[in-house]
Design a binder for this molecule. Structure first.
Ligand SMILES: [Zn+2]
Length: 69
């Protein structure tokens, strides 16, 4: 059994998961003029007021997914 092949397989699987998560997230989130994380009023085309909120939202969603939600 090869460690390197195992790790490469793991990476590819991670990339696919990330891509799927990205696509489904884009499909689920709709811009409603408020930051999806802190609810601050923002320009209508945006989903988050800043990159910190986007990152925190991503982390929260990842934690929820890990918890089985
Ligand atoms: Zn925000």
């Amino acid at each position: 059994m090869s460690d390197i092949a195992d790790r490469a397989g793991w990476r590819i699987e991670k990339d696919v998961q990330n891509a799927r998560a990205h696509v489904s997230k884009q499909a689920l989130l709709e811009s409603d003029g408020r930051c999806h994380f802190c609810d601050e009023l923002i320009a209508h085309a945006l989903l988050f007021c800043n990159v910190d909120c986007r990152n925190d939202y991503d982390k929260e969603q990842a934690a929820l997914r890990r918890a089985g939600y």
